[in-house]
Design a protein around this ligand. Structure first.
Ligand code: HEM
Length: 502
């Protein structure tokens, strides 16, 4: 037993550490630029993730080290068009997702979004895709519900005390109402008019479980989370009982109506909705699979659309953007047909610039290098390496394509140079790209344009002078999306007509 004396054990540990270090130094990611510490430890990256600062950390690494950076052992980020095409678009859907996406299971059930391998994913996507095609989103029944919600928003602004509205709340309510209309009308929410539905929206939007969910992901044994809990270091677990219930109620009511002959004509999801498609017996989905898919799209639709609109309206309300608002108003006034919200070049440019500067999913979208390894934009990486691009950096890094990247300038999308436009569009990554890109993009664009059109046709918006400290609008990363840090944004809505007649 003299074999296990303390000096022998220490020696064995040192040799093992040395072998590991040599292996790290000879690994493929050792050849990738990045901080030395990140070659041997994922702690710097995790530190920033837990602080809700992953996007900015990676962005700064790109600024320091260039378009390819080492984030952690076996994890590399890119900020170039060839890498974006390879990772997200090669063979249609790009590389498979990492186990990180298991965090997005709903009711413990896999969804299209949380499916890792592309075969299973593409089967599900093919079944649902037509519900989100632009031609489908534009159908009258589908669009009328969104228009009605945009009207509810402007009505709320018009009657707000002191003309001041917390747009963070109102825009997330709008996004909630809009997406649930598309998912399961007539069981959609009415959060802009009904405080009970607003409470459901708050449950989802004010979730504060980032640190807990990351701990559970990195340490599936659950022990660190339990210890942190005992020490009172963690906020409560994600809890969205009311949101879960409204989805289950919509699914159950529709299924019951469909099943019972006597309820023919009874309440069920309208023909244009996602739920109507999901409950088609030919798809063979279980009740929980339907609910999980609806829940996933509902959450995707509330945060993303609500956050982009909130940042964009805040930006437009800054004194420096008064001219932009006036130009937008002029275009809207000259195209006053309420049916017209698409095909307005300046409105489109304003929204596109909002999505460029404030992509509500700004963070890197992790994928695995497939079997056999791959060369990505000139860098060889072995199978299993986690690789990604992040929208925030794709929209800013190449300053010859996006000059003055931190300046809000809708004009950049109105350029007369088609080649330059094409280069910007190829790098536009707010909705991701390829076969796993955003399915709800056309719905989101319609919702955002209808809202902006209705608001800026009727109002000028300015930052409300509430006497409080200005809200912190910087990006706070969540699991994959980001939100304005303080989750409040008070704007004053000044009616245009009144202003013009003064
Ligand atoms: C401004 C609004 C939105 C933005 C910026 C956005 C962005 C994105 C991004 C970047 C992805 C890919 C994420 C990844 O690969 O990890 C995605 C996927 C997805 N989005 Fe959106 N989204 C928006 C609105 C919506 C809406 C309104 C819906 C509708 C219900 C929706 C439904 C989905 C779905 C279902 C997926 C998964 C697609 C798949 O797995 O094939 N999104 N979105």
């Amino acid at each position: 037993m003299a074999l296990f004396t303390p000096p022998v054990l220490v020696g064995a540990v040192l040799v093992a550490a040395l072998v590991w270090l040599v292996a790290r130094l000879r690994s493929a990611d050792a050849a990738v630029p990045g901080p030395a510490l990140n070659l041997v430890s994922s702690l710097p990256l995790k530190y920033h993730e837990f602080r809700g600062n992953r996007t900015q950390y990676i962005h700064q690494l790109h600024r320091t080290y260039g378009s390819v950076v080492r984030l952690a052992p076996g994890e590399v980020a890119f900020a170039s068009l060839p890498a974006l095409k390879e990772i997200y678009m090669s063979h249609g859907s790009g590389y498979d997702k990492t186990a990180f996406y298991h965090l997005f299971r709903q009711y413990g059930t896999p969804t299209m979004f949380s499916t890792l391998d592309k075969q299973t994913h593409s089967q599900r996507r093919r079944l649902l895709a037509d519900r989100y095609a632009n031609s489908h989103v534009l159908k009258q029944d589908a669009l009328d519900g969104i228009r009605a919600r945009a009207h509810n928003f402007t009505a709320a602004a018009a009657r707000a005390p002191n003309q001041t509205l917390d747009t963070y709340i109102a825009l997330h309510s709008y996004a909630f109402d809009g997406v649930t209309h598309h998912l399961f009308h007539p069981f959609g929410s009415n959060a802009l008019q009904d405080a009970r539905d607003e409470a459901v929206m708050r449950e989802v939007s004010f979730d504060n479980s980032l640190a807990r969910r990351l701990l559970e992901y990195y340490f599936p044994s659950g022990l660190p989370a339990k210890v942190a809990d005992k020490l009172g270091l963690l906020p409560p677990a994600r809890s969205i009982p009311r949101a879960k219930q409204i989805v289950l109620d919509a699914v159950d009511t529709t299924l019951n109506s469909a099943a019972e002959q006597q309820k023919e004509g009874g309440p069920r999801a309208a023909e244009f909705t996602l739920l109507a498609r999901l409950q088609d017996p030919a798809l063979g989905l279980t009740r929980m699979q339907m609910a999980a898919e609806c829940m996933d799209h509902m959450a995707a639709g509330i945060e993303t659309t609500g956050d982009v609109l909130c940042w964009l309206m805040w930006q437009l309300s800054l004194p420096s953007c008064r001219g932009i608002q006036d130009r937008l108003y002029a275009e809207l006034r000259d195209n006053s047909d309420p049916a017209k919200y698409d095909g307005l070049p300046y409105l489109h440019a304003v929204l596109k610039e909002g999505l460029r500067m404030f992509p509500s999913i700004p963070m890197s979208l992790p994928r695995h290098v497939p079997a056999g390894g791959r060369v990505i934009d000139g860098t060889w990486l072995p199978e299993g390496t986690i690789v990604s691009c992040q929208p925030y950096t794709m929209h800013r890094f190449e300053e010859d394509i996006f000059p003055l990247p931190d300046t809000f300038s809708p004009d950049r999308w109105l350029g007369a140079d088609p080649e330059k436009d094409a280069e910007m569009n190829r790098r536009f990554f707010a909705f991701s790209n390829g076969g796993r890109g955003c399915l709800g993009k056309h719905l989101a664009m319609a919702e955002m344009k209808l809202l902006l059109r209705d608001v800026y046709m009727q109002f000028e918006t300015v930052l409300a002078d509430t006497g409080d400290k200005p809200a912190d609008m910087s990006m706070s990363d969540q699991i994959i999306s980001a939100r304005p840090k303080d989750q409040t944004c008070k704007l004053k809505f000044i009616p245009r007509i009144k202003k013009e007649s003064v």
